[in-house]
Design a protein around this ligand. Structure first.
Ligand code: ATP
Ligand code: MG
Length: 419
C-alpha cells in the first residue's frame, strides 16, 4: 500500500484521555479511533493487525478440531429465562424490541450455542462437538479503560465444547490449553496459564492466560516453593501481599477457559443416549480469548519511546519502504524509479509493503512515522543509498543499519521473512 493513499494520518500529540501506551500509540499512529469510552473504530492499519490476530486464533482453533460458526449478537431474553441469567450477568446490555420483546447484546453465548448444538446431537456418537465464533461482544463495563484492553464493544473468540464423558472433556480441555499458548506465542506474547476461580458454575478451577506487564489490572502469584501460578482470586486474602511466599506480578488476562460441567446442558435439557442406551448428561467447556485485548497487550509489551514494535506475525505490513525526497529532479526520478521497482518486486514475492511515497514530506517526519507505526523492517532509498546502488536496511528491534545492493534486496527480504 502506498502511504500517500492511506486516508489516515499519524498525529503528533497523544489524545488527552489516552491512559495507557496502547491507547496512545495506536491512536497516534492512526490504527484506531475512539468513538466513545471503550468503543473503537479499527482503521486500515489497525484492522490489518486485528485480522491477523483473528486468523492466528482461527488456525489454532481449526487445528484443535473446532468448527467456525457465526451466531447472532442479538439474543432474545427467553433464552436467559432457561438459565436464570437475565439478571445475573451484571454487564449485559439490554434492549427493548418491537412488540414488547426484550433482547440483549451478546456478552457471551452459552444460551445460544447450547440449543443450537442440541439440534444436531442425537446420540453419544455425535460427540464430541466443538464450535467457535469470532464476534464482537458487548459488555457494559463500569470502567472502560486502557484502550483496547477493556472495551465495551470488543472482539472475542468464544469456543464451546460438548462431551459425552468427563475423560473426553479433560482431554479436549488440555489440548485447548496448548492451542491457546500457541496463539500467544505466535502473537509475540509470553503468556502463562494460571489457576483461577471457576466462577459460579463449578467447584473446579478455571484457567486464565496471563501476560505479565505493569499495564495489567490483574495480579499473578507464583508460588516460590512449587512454581505454581495462580490468580489473586484463589489466594487467601491474608496472603495477598506475602512476597516471601509468592512472586507477585501485574498482568493482563488475555484468555480464560472454563469447565462448565452440565450447567447449560441441563438448563436446555440436552441429554443423549450413551453406549448402553441410558441417557447421559452432556459435559461442556467454554474457552474465550479477546483478539482486540491481545492487540492492545502486544502494544503494551512491545514499544519504546519512539513508538510500537510489531512482531512480524501480526504487523500490518512486514516492510516499511521509505523514499526520501530530493530537490534535484533527476535524483528524485531515480529515487522514485528504484522505489517503484522495489515495491513491485517485494509485492511479487508476496511481501506486504507500506511504501512511504509521500512527496515533500521531510526525512525526519518519515523516520518518525516509521518508528511510531513500528513495522518490523524499514528500507530506505535516498540519494545517498543510490550512490551505492543500495537500500538501507534497519529492523525496528535493532539499531544496526546496513546497505544492501538493490540487486539483492528482494531475495534478502524474502529470506528474512522466513526467519
Ligand atoms: P475481565 O476479568 O478482564 O473483566 P472476564 O474474565 O470478564 O475479563 P471473560 O468472560 O473470561 O472475561 O472473557 C474471555 C476473554 O475475553 C478475556 O480473557 C479477555 O481476553 C477478553 N475480554 C473480556 N472482557 C473484555 C473487555 N471488556 N475488553 C476486551 N477484551 C475483553
Ligand atoms: Mg475471565
Amino acid at each position: 500500500m502506498k502511504q500517500s493513499h492511506l486516508f489516515t494520518k499519524t498525529r503528533k500529540d497523544a489524545p488527552a484521555d489516552a491512559d495507557s501506551p496502547n491507547a496512545r500509540l495506536l491512536t497516534q499512529a492512526g490504527f484506531i479511533s475512539q468513538l466513545a469510552a471503550g468503543i473503537y473504530t479499527y482503521l486500515p492499519l489497525g484492522l490489518r493487525v486485528l485480522d491477523k490476530i483473528k486468523n492466528i486464533v482461527r488456525e489454532e482453533m481449526d487445528a484443535l478440531g473446532a468448527q467456525e460458526v457465526l451466531m447472532p449478537a442479538l439474543h432474545p431474553k427467553h433464552l436467559y429465562d432457561s438459565t436464570d441469567r437475565w439478571d445475573k450477568i451484571d454487564v449485559m446490555f439490554k434492549l427493548d424490541g418491537a412488540g414488547g420483546k426484550k433482547y440483549s447484546l451478546s456478552s457471551t453465548a452459552e444460551e445460544v450455542v447450547t440449543p443450537l448444538v442440541k439440534e444436531f446431537v442425537n446420540s453419544y456418537k455425535d460427540l464430541p462437538v466443538a464450535v467457535y465464533q469470532i464476534q464482537d461482544k458487548f459488555r457494559n463495563e463500569p470502567r472502560a479503560k486502557s484502550g483496547l484492553l477493556r472495551g465495551r464493544e470488543f472482539s472475542m473468540k468464544d469456543l464451546y465444547s460438548f462431551h459425552a464423558d468427563e475423560a473426553d472433556f479433560l482431554d479436549f480441555y488440555e489440548k485447548a490449553k496448548v492451542a491457546y499458548l500457541n496463539v500467544y506465542t505466535r502473537c509475540g506474547l509470553d503468556a502463562v496459564v494460571t489457576a483461577a476461580s471457576g466462577g459460579v458454575f463449578t467447584e473446579k478451577h478455571s484457567h486464565e492466560f496471563q501476560v505479565a506487564t505493569d499495564a495489567g489490572e490483574d495480579h499473578i502469584y507464583i508460588d516460590r516453593a512449587s512454581g505454581e501460578v495462580m490468580n489473586r482470586e484463589i489466594i487467601p486474602e491474608e496472603d495477598w501481599k506475602n512476597e516471601e511466599k509468592y512472586e507477585i506480578k501485574k498482568s493482563i488476562e488475555v484468555g480464560n477457559i472454563f469447565p462448565l460441567e452440565c450447567r447449560f446442558s441441563e438448563a436446555f435439557k440436552m441429554k443423549v443416549p450413551g453406549a448402553d442406551g441410558k441417557m447421559v448428561d452432556i459435559i461442556m467447556g467454554c474457552y474465550g480469548i479477546g483478539p482486540s485485548r491481545v492487540m492492545g497487550s502486544i502494544v503494551e509489551v512491545h514499544n519504546d519511546e519512539r513508538g510500537m514494535i510489531w512482531p512480524k506475525s501480526v504487523a500490518p505490513f512486514a516492510v516499511h519502504l521509505l523514499s526520501l525526497s530530493s530537490k534535484d529532479e533527476e535524483v528524485q526520478n531515480r529515487i522514485d524509479n528504484a522505489s517503484e521497482d522495489l515495491y513491485q518486486g517485494l509485492k511479487d514475492v508476496g511481501v506486504e509493503v507500506l511504501w512511504d511515497d509521500r512527496p515533500g514530506v521531510s526525512p525526519g517526519a518519515k523516520f518518525g512515522d516509521a518508528d511510531l507505526i513500528g513495522l518490523p523492517l524499514r528500507l530506505v532509498i535516498s540519494q545517498k543509498t543510490l550512490v551505492d546502488d543500495s537500500v538501507e536496511w534497519k529492523e525496528r528491534t535493532s539499531t544496526d543499519m546496513n546497505l544492501v545492493k538493490l540487486s539483492d534486496i528482494v531475495a534478502s527480504v524474502d529470506a528474512w521473512m522466513e526467519e
